[in-house]
Design a protein around this ligand. Structure first.
Ligand SMILES: Cc1cc2nc3c(=O)[nH]c(=O)nc-3n(C[C@H](O)[C@H](O)[C@H](O)COP(=O)(O)OP(=O)(O)OC[C@H]3O[C@@H](n4cnc5c(N)ncnc54)[C@H](O)[C@@H]3O)c2cc1C
Length: 423
């Protein structure tokens, strides 16, 4: 097939129009850079991951979309609550009890609407957004990425050049896969099955919009995320062997597991399941590196952490913001080598590690939040800081030490930084 050349001048090619790509491209356009964003789907499109963390607020504020968020009237999330295997609910973690700021109230969003809003915001800021355009490969000069080859919506392939490419392709993780740089987290190897319910039971008052995490056997858990129009996003995450022990049919597995937790059974029992059962495996991973000469990765395209604490969209927004700032600096200095992104990689890995410790603790048979707080009431504010996403530049060693009394806390992963420069 004939591959044409698109000669449109461009400073940054952003691949993927999820929260990460939209954030980064909008901020780069605001800095005056020419940005082309290539997205393989036509928006709005369905996406899992509806529950936001409070600290999403700050990136959304910087993007100038808080007013639009209010207009959408998404369900307000004030807390996260945990339900034991036998259906007992613990005291919710109300974010406002610890954090007196508008950000303490966050949202449960339909991602089709939320992601589309962010993509349109990028477009309004001058980003050349090209939907139904799939990036097929990266183009190189020596080892340096100098652009991409994409297939446009007319089916035609074309190449595009830019000094920098930002990979925000989500769990497709295009660059990591091409380089075989995707490294699974050694212990967080789960699968998820999820679906939607209509008219399920909702808690009342402040708790109506809470994210509920309900345990099932073998450290598996359900999420219950109330959305607008009486819809609930419901999913289960657990070990593959546990979920597939007597069937591989997602509907059969789901219905079997609902019976295992009385809180979930009571809440979903009043509702009606609709739509698909989605399944995903190959859970948590991180890239061997976060950048290469001429290319940076952000959001799920760089790392994915088990979603038990709803950190995904927060990390996508935050890393999009961090990547945009680092790219802005690199372009200003005329140096797009991987080394320019060493602080970016270090800071991002540091933030992910804080959440990762909490995720490991969550899956440890010996750990419970109740026990942690009973032993260390003084750690509650720090734990809440972590759960709201206040991760930037904070020292969480005391929290890790307290958790370490109850659960085994993982060492930080050695990878995820920029490749060492060859001298
Ligand atoms: C089961 C599950 C439950 C989750 N629950 C939550 C939750 O409750 N809260 C939360 O915060 N997070 C949750 N997450 C995580 C959250 O979904 C992600 O972290 C978040 O969507 C990452 O944003 P992103 O912009 O990096 O990637 P995405 O949102 O995945 O966006 C990537 C975009 O890139 C496009 N793309 C991919 N390949 C190409 C290509 N070759 N060319 C062009 N475009 C391409 C895709 O079409 C997509 O639009 C969950 C994840 C899973 C798997």
């Amino acid at each position: 097939m004939n591959i044409s050349v698109d000669k449109q001048p461009c400073d940054v090619i952003v691949i993927g129009g999820g929260p990460c790509g939209s954030t980064a491209s909008a901020l780069l356009a605001e800095k005056g850079h020419r940005v082309i964003l290539l997205e393989k789907e036509k928006f709005p499109r369905y996406h899992v991951g509806e529950s936001l963390m409070p600290f999403c607020y700050f990136t959304l504020k910087r993007l100038g979309v808080l007013e639009e968020m209010e207009k959408q009237a998404f369900v307000k999330k004030h807390s996260v609550q945990f339900v034991s295997k036998d259906g007992k609910i613990s005291d919710p973690f109300y974010f406002f009890q610890h954090f007196d700021h508008p950000a303490a109230t966050t949202w449960q969003v339909e991602r089709s609407v939320f992601d589309n809003m962010l993509l349109r915001n990028a477009e309004a800021k001058g980003v050349d957004v090209r939907e139904e355009t799939e990036v097929r490969g990266f183009n190189y000069e020596g080892d340096r990425v100098v652009g991409v080859t994409a297939k446009g919506k007319d089916g035609q392939e074309y190449t595009l050049e830019a000094p920098l490419t930002l990979d925000c392709t989500g769990r497709d993780a295009l660059f990591l896969r091409k380089k075989s740089w995707r490294k699974r987290d050694p212990k967080l190897n789960k699968i998820a099955i999820w679906t939607l319910y209509k008219n399920a039971k909702r808690d009342e008052g402040l708790d109506e919009g809470a994210t509920t995490v309900a345990y099932v056997d073998g450290r598996g858990w359900f999420w219950n995320i109330p959305l607008r129009n009486n819809i609930v996003s419901s999913g289960i995450v657990a070990e593959r062997d546990y979920l597939y022990r007597d069937s591989r049919d997602p509907k059969v597995i789901y219905e079997r597991e609902i019976e295992k937790n009385s809180w979930i059974k009571e809440h979903l029992g009043e509702g009606e399941q609709f739509g698909e059962y989605w399944v995903t495996g190959e859970y948590s991973y991180r890239g061997e590196h976060c950048a290469s000469d001429g290319l940076v990765m952000a959001g799920d395209a760089f790392a994915f952490l088990d979603p038990v604490f709803s950190s995904g969209v927060f990390l996508a927004l935050k890393s999009g913001e961090m990547a945009a700032d680092a790219i802005g600096k690199a372009l200003e200095q005329g140096d797009v080598s991987a080394g320019q992104f060493s602080n970016y990689g270090e800071d991002l890995c540091g933030m992910i590690e804080v959440m990762r410790k909490l995720v490991y603790a969550f899956y440890d048979e010996n750990f419970s939040f109740g026990e942690l707080i009973k032993r260390h009431e003084e750690i509650r504010p720090m734990l809440t800081d972590c759960l709201i996403g206040d991760l930037d530049g904070k020292d969480y060693t005391p929290l890790a030490e307290a958790i370490g009394e109850l659960a085994s806390v993982p060492e930080p992963l050695a990878h995820g930084r920029v490749p060492q420069a060859v001298t």
